[in-house]
Design a binder for this molecule. Structure first.
Ligand code: CDP
Length: 213
């Protein structure tokens, strides 16, 4: 059982995907963290994320188990991630790890940008979680503030828009809802409402085996 959860930055897909995994007892992978690891590895090596050779080398030698999640969350790392994510060879290097993870029994939830379209096009359930750029900027701002990063709203909004632009317009695996994805706009929803909507959709799509509850 594979649940693909895609969507733009700060739409709430991580929260929703984690909650689905917990609800159904499935494994969970935040695929954005893999791109963040590549971004961080490049920065730590003293290189520019736009340096293709450095980014490809980092992706090909990536050992996800050596990173701590708290080192990956900064906006600078998110931006570096979205820059290296444009490079086809970087994406290719991360594909195998993601597909193996997706095959874990009894099921896996993967959140990202291209899970339903490229990584797991045969996923049984595909969700596309979105929200307006303004709402996403407020959420990201609150998230950053919680970590002690006070970033002005206008700055966060500009970064969200720049990231959307880069993610949607890249040639390889651009951010787009899969044709068979259920789209959930969380602009006017709280976390609980968004999670409930997502769980209900998974239940419905997970049929025809209603016995699995
Ligand atoms: O947390 P947020 O939604 O801001 O970002 P993320 O999910 O951690 O992903 C960071 C960046 O990695 C995104 O802006 C994408 O460019 C890239 N990414 C991707 O290209 N494909 C994925 N499956 C996941 C992330």
């Amino acid at each position: 059982m594979i649940v693909a959860v895609d969507g733009p930055a700060a739409a709430g897909k991580g929260t929703v995907a984690r909650a689905i995994a917990r609800h159904f007892g499935y494994h969970f992978l935040d695929t954005g963290s893999l791109y963040r690891m590549v971004g961080l590895a490049v920065l730590r090596g003293g290189n520019d994320p736009n340096d293709r050779a450095a980014a490809i080398a980092a992706a090909q030698s990536l050992r996800p188990e050596t990173f701590r999640d708290e080192d990956l969350r900064g906006e600078d790392i998110g931006n570096a991630a979205s820059i290296v994510a444009v490079i086809a060879e970087v994406r290719a290097a991360l594909l195998d790890f993601q597909r193996k993870f997706a095959g874990k029994p009894p099921g896996a939830v993967l959140d990202g940008r291209d899970i339903g379209t490229v990584v797991c096009p045969d996923a049984e359930v595909k969700l596309y979680i979105t929200a307006s750029p303004e709402v996403r900027a407020r959420r990201r701002m609150a998230e950053l503030a919680e970590r002690g990063d006070a970033v002005p709203y206008e700055t966060v909004l500009a970064e969200i828009r720049a990231r959307d632009e880069r993610d949607r317009n890249r040639v390889t695996a651009p951010l787009v809802a899969a044709a068979d994805a259920a789209v959930i706009d969380t602009s006017a929803m709280g976390i609980e409402e968004a999670v409930a909507a997502a769980v209900a959709t998974v239940m419905k799509r997970r049929a025809p085996n209603p016995a699995k509850g």
